[in-house]
Design a protein around this ligand. Structure first.
Ligand SMILES: *Cc1c(COP(=O)(O)O)cnc(C)c1O
Length: 433
């Protein structure tokens, strides 16, 4: 790979190599391109989650109030808007936060895709055995005969932490044997929690890619093992996409209009790309060109920005430009983007930006002080987004958005936090102070 040439062609690559913050607008956003999924796939995933709702309501009582639907609140954060505009630049409109940090069962956005993929695997196994039909009340899955069935199968995944948490918790609950391959970034409490639930946790001193590769290798030798492939799973992707369908009623409840005169801007922290990619895909299916989606990454792990800006997708890694992948945003510590997602984002995503680790903790503390909302450092990566977009005059002019920003809705997608132990959260908070 001729890195010098790449840097000449794409000046932002040179900046990324120096750990500078960049803001990249996708010149191909909105262009025609065949993508492998459509609305019918989102509907299918949503229907599957509805079939599992009676099971989830019983297996995880914290979901019972919502009828076994794992969903999060959309909250307006006007105080935080004032803070962000004062410190990072005005952006107008209304600011909301999507609290996937509070999702039941596993406290992060992975409670969407991760849990969905394991549920789908369980459904496939049980229906193939003739023990379950789509018309059944899925709470029968709590019966011992299903646990016995599932115990003959195993599930494996490689993760920086939160995906492992989701896959481990749901797999163990259903009765699967489950192994989580954790990268060096994974926090100790996540490994402890999984082990307490009977999950096998294997730790690697290396990064996420090594953990995933090891998981893939182990699973490949075992026909009874389902490997959750964070670098290319359609099931994960579609599980995340359901969020977009469900947010529509939350918009109605909050008097949010999305149309050509009322643009919607969504900012999502990105690791390998599956979670933000799935959500972005769902939103584009529903709101079309009236939604503008941006991904946020740490300056030390900007794999999606790098892949998209160079057009090389997953074929280029952060290490190729000498970037170390070491970041306080553990959920985003990924060196190479998903091949599935980077390909789809080529024409779907509006842009990416990177953020210095130093900013994460002050954002975390400000959100806690102003809104009494506690989220993990990775979740704070998106917070400069609205100000960056509003300052991008050329972009706004090109998209015909310049005079519409007062009527815009901005959503910061909070991706994780509620399961962080209190002591750990306190130390984050103190650091931000
Ligand atoms: C996993 C994760 C992300 C990003 O999801 P990817 O699918 O890896 O892009 C963002 N924030 C948190 C807290 C996460 O755990």
């Amino acid at each position: 790979m001729d890195i010098k040439k790449l840097m000449t062609l794409h000046p932002e690559v040179a900046e990324m190599a120096e750990y500078k913050e960049v803001f990249w607008i996708n010149p191909d956003s909105g262009k025609e391109k065949e993508i492998p999924f459509g609305m019918n796939d989102i509907d299918d995933a949503q229907a599957r989650l509805a079939r599992f709702a009676p099971y989830l309501a019983k297996a995880f009582p914290e979901t019972a109030k919502a009828g076994g639907i794992i969903e999060s609140e959309l909250a307006e954060i006007a105080g935080m808007k004032t803070y962000l505009e004062k410190n990072h630049g005005k952006f107008g409109g209304r600011l909301f936060i999507k609290l996937d940090s509070n999702l039941p069962v596993s406290g992060s956005i992975k409670a969407r895709g991760g849990i969905y993929e394991v549920l789908k695997f369980a459904e496939t196994v049980a229906t193939e055995k003739g023990m379950l039909t789509w018309e059944d009340d899925y709470s029968i899955l709590l019966e011992d005969r299903f646990k016995e069935l599932f115990s003959q199968y195993s599930v494996a995944v490689g993760s920086t932490g939160n995906l492992g948490l989701s896959i481990g918790i749901i797999s163990a609950k259903l009765g699967f044997k489950v192994t989580v391959h954790m990268s060096a970034d994974a926090r100790q409490w996540k490994k402890d929690l999984l082990r307490s639930k009977g999950v096998t946790v294997i730790e690697y001193p290396e990064d996420y890619q090594v953990a995933v590769a090891q998981g893939r290798k182990e699973a490949a030798g075992d026909p009874m093992c389902h490997f959750v492939d964070d670098e290319g799973s359609s099931d994960l992707f579609l599980g995340y996409s359901v969020a977009a369908k469900r947010i529509v009623s939350q918009f109605e409840a909050n008097n949010i209009t999305v149309d050509e005169n009322h643009p919607l801007f969504v900012y999502i922290p990105c690791g390998v790309g599956g979670a933000p990619g799935g959500v972005a895909f769902g939103l584009k299916e529903i709101f079309g060109e009236n939604v503008h989606v941006f991904f946020a990454e740490p300056t030390h792990a900007p794999c999606m920005t790098l892949g998209l800006a160079t057009g090389l997708g997953e074929k280029i890694a952060c290490s190729d430009i000498g970037v170390d992948g070491i970041t306080a945003a553990d959920g985003l510590a990924v060196g190479r983007a998903s091949y599935l997602v980077s390909d789809i984002m080529e024409t779907l995503l509006d842009g990416c930006y990177t953020i210095d680790d130093e900013k994460l903790y002050p954002f975390l503390t400000a959100l806690a002080d102003i809104e009494d909302i506690f989220i993990e450092p990775s979740s704070c990566a998106s917070f400069t987004g609205p100000s960056l977009v509003a300052a991008a005059a050329d972009y706004l002019a090109a998209k015909g958005l310049a005079d519409k920003m007062d009527d815009a809705t901005h959503i910061l997608w909070a991706t994780g936090g509620s399961m962080v132990p209190e002591e750990e959260m306190k130390s984050y908070y103190e650091r931000g102070k």
